[in-house]
Every structure is written in C-alpha cells, then in structure tokens.
Design a binder for this molecule. Sequence first.
Ligand SMILES: NC(=O)c1ccc[n+]([C@@H]2O[C@H](COP(=O)([O-])OP(=O)(O)OC[C@H]3O[C@@H](n4cnc5c(N)ncnc54)[C@H](OP(=O)(O)O)[C@@H]3O)[C@@H](O)[C@H]2O)c1
Length: 251
Amino acid sequence: MKALITGASSGIGKAIAYELASRGIDLILVARRGIELKKIKKDVDVDVKCYQLDISDMKNIEYLYKEVRKEDIDIIVNNAGFGLFGKFVETDITREFEMIDLNIKAVHYLTKLFLYDFVKKDKGYILNVASSAGFLAGPNLSTYYATKNYVCRLDEAIYQELKEMKSNVKISSLCPGPVETEFNKVAGGSFKHKGLSADYVAKVAVDGMFKGKMTIVPTLKLKLGIALLGLAPKKLLLKIVYNYQSKKMNK
Ligand SMILES: NC(=O)c1ccc[n+]([C@@H]2O[C@H](COP(=O)([O-])OP(=O)(O)OC[C@H]3O[C@@H](n4cnc5c(N)ncnc54)[C@H](OP(=O)(O)O)[C@@H]3O)[C@@H](O)[C@H]2O)c1
C-alpha cells in the first residue's frame, strides 16, 4: 500500500508517517520543510518520496496531484494545518486567509481529487485531521475552530454519500484534543495541561482509519465530553471555551 501525508515534517503528520511505515506502507510526504521529510526517508524501511511544497497555494495542490496520480495511492492523510490565538478583532487577516487556504481549501481540494480516483477504483482511505474543535465554536481561536467544523461536516456528508453508494472507499475525521506538537508555537499559545503524545494519536488514527470509522476520537474522556456537548446550553459552552482558550493565549 501507499499513503500520501500532508504536513509530515512534524507533530501528528510525522507520527502518522512512522506509524504507516511500521506497517510496511510506502510514503509520499509533503511539507514546506523538505529537510525534515528527508530525515524520515532515511529513517524508515519503506519507499519514500518527498515533496517540499506550500499547499496553501492551490497551484501546488494541482502540481502535486499531477505528479502523484499515477502512483496508485491507497491512503490520503490531509493533516497539514495550523491555528492562530487571539481575539477576532485583533488577529491578522492575511494569516487567517492562509489558514482557510490550508485547513479548508487544501483539504477540500485533495479530498475531491483523490475521492474521484478512489471511487473509480472502489478502494481507498481518506483520513482528514480535524480536531475536537470541529464540534464547537472557539472564542480566542475562532477561525481555527471554524475551519475544523468545516472539515468535520464535509467528511460526515461524504461518509454518508459513500455509504449510500455502497462504496468500499472510507473517509474518517481525526478529532483529537490537545496533542504535544509544534501547534502552540505556530499558533502563539501554550497548553496549560500536557497533551497526548503524537505517537499515541497516530496509532489510534491509523487503526480507526482502517476500521472505516467516521469520527476518530483518541480518548474515552474526550468521547464522553463530545457526546455531552449536545446537552449543554450553547452560551455556557461558549463561556467555557472562551475561558479555556484565554488561558492558553500568549499575552
Ligand atoms: N496539536 C494539537 O493539539 C492538535 C489537536 C487537534 C488537531 N490538530 C491538527 O493536527 C494537524 C497537525 O498539526 P500538529 O499539531 O501536528 O502541528 P505541527 O507540529 O505544527 O504540524 C503542522 C504540519 O503542517 C505543515 N504545514 C503547515 N503549513 C503548511 C503549508 N502551507 N504547506 C504544507 N505543509 C504545511 C507543517 O510543515 P512545514 O512547516 O514544514 O510546512 C507541519 O508538518 C493540524 O491540522 C492541526 O490542526 C492538532
């Protein structure tokens, strides 16, 4: 089997690369830091191709697709993404547009291109790395939460379409809470409690993807939390998330 992973140079994407390689799956790795991708290539025993690309630019998505479409890819992991802490009235619009391009448009485009091929072959897995943020609104991290809501809702809709078509193609959203990666450094914040390890999340993600789960939530505690969301008043949830994210913002 062969997997394409975006954002494989660090954090969850890198951990998924090692997890898939440990299962004998060849890799196509994508990120802007090519040097980090080459380190993974040196480290693993499977075939690895590296693409140093900024995929917030849709021209690079088209270039990537043209390069790899003949490769008979079985798995797409849309993982590249970032957040930005701050009040919406203060955050930088250029950075937010870049986030929307990466967290939404790149995921949307790659999902579309490969889903088309996968449906024709009637096989393949799409793992979109969303977040537990995909179930809520997120004051002080508003655009990020909104982008992850987009990914979760898109994946759920495609999941149902594939089910109705009796397709063998699977699509899953990975929805972790805090994970120890470069996320906070990039987003301008810090976790108040230690997050899960990226290696643990990667293992749960790959297991869930192969089981064809619609939504993959790494811990029971978080699963319960998400299940209870529908029962809590929306304004109370907004206040809780506001307080939680305020503590994480670098002042
Ligand atoms: N950490 C958490 O708590 C957490 C929780 C839930 C969901 N997530 C999600 O998990 C995914 C991975 O994040 P992470 O936590 O592992 O953070 P991370 O360590 O910062 O990794 C982000 C990855 O995305 C890549 N990337 C960023 N911009 C890119 C661009 N324009 N083009 C191509 N690649 C780009 C980065 O590589 P380069 O810089 O080399 O390009 C890096 O490999 C994200 O979608 C994030 O929203 C994270």
